[in-house]
Design a protein around this ligand. Structure first.
Ligand code: ADE
Length: 225
């Protein structure tokens, strides 16, 4: 899988790319690159944004700047890019990111381009005509799309084969189909008793069927709560 994060701050992704599970995925064929949105701008002095029509605070990233960045990167008309890869614009008002979308992106076979906005975000025509998806990581406003892109990428990359030390950890985890979309069951490890609080006996029983049933029940309870 090839992933490009298009951003005005490519350096933000250096730390992310150094993390163990990301390096594991890269060793298994993932290519992750941070692309400077400013590099191909057609405007003078590296300008990428402008004041909003209709007035208001803040600056808006121009559609012609994103167009130029896509065309420069993929060597096709910018509107064509979303036909061959998922072009995901990060925006607070987008579709809420969830485990199902992470699974779709990890398993869908398409390369990804993440468009990270800054300031007041993108000109609406970026979302309408250049992006294939507009994704939000939650109902709050970040100062830019970079952290949101890393959240999306983290959830996607850990689902790629070989990214995690234990492949099962990504199968039966919170919100996964294996748990019917419910939150994960509780986990315990040593010590078996801490300040009077004991690990549930069933987990010490060695009875795998009972443990599985207990976990399923706890997971469903959490979902109902
Ligand atoms: N950009 C600013 N806030 C955001 C959010 N909550 N999700 C995705 N991108 C954003």
């Amino acid at each position: 899988m090839n992933i490009d994060a298009m951003t005005l701050f490519p350096g933000w992704f250096d730390w992310f790319a150094e993390q163990r599970h990301v390096r594991n995925a890269v060793e298994r064929g993932l290519r992750l690159e941070a692309v400077d949105l400013r590099a191909a701008t057609p405007l003078s002095a590296g300008k990428v944004d402008d004041t909003p029509y209709g007035g208001g605070a803040g600056m808006v990233i121009r559609v012609d700047v994103v167009e130029a960045a896509l065309r420069d990167r993929y060597d096709v008309e910018a509107e064509e890019v979303r036909r061959t890869r998922r072009v995901i614009a990060l925006a607070a008002g987008g579709r809420q990111f969830d485990d199902a979308l992470a699974g779709e992106l990890a398993g869908g076979g398409a390369d990804l381009t993440l468009l990270c906005g800054r300031y007041e975000g993108f000109d609406e025509r970026v979302l309408e005509h250049l992006a294939s998806d507009v994704v939000s990581i939650g109902p709050y406003v970040l100062s830019g799309g970079e952290l949101a892109a890393m959240v999306v990428l983290d959830a996607v990359i850990r689902k790629l084969p070989g990214a995690l030390g234990h492949a099962e950890s990504a199968v039966e985890e919170s919100f996964s189909p294996a748990l019917e979309g419910a939150p994960e069951y509780p986990h315990y490890t040593r010590p078996v008793e801490w300040r009077g609080h004991r690990v549930p006996d069933v987990l010490l029983s060695g009875n795998h069927a009972e443990i599985a049933a207990w976990r399923r029940t706890r997971s469903r309870e959490r979902s109902q709560r």
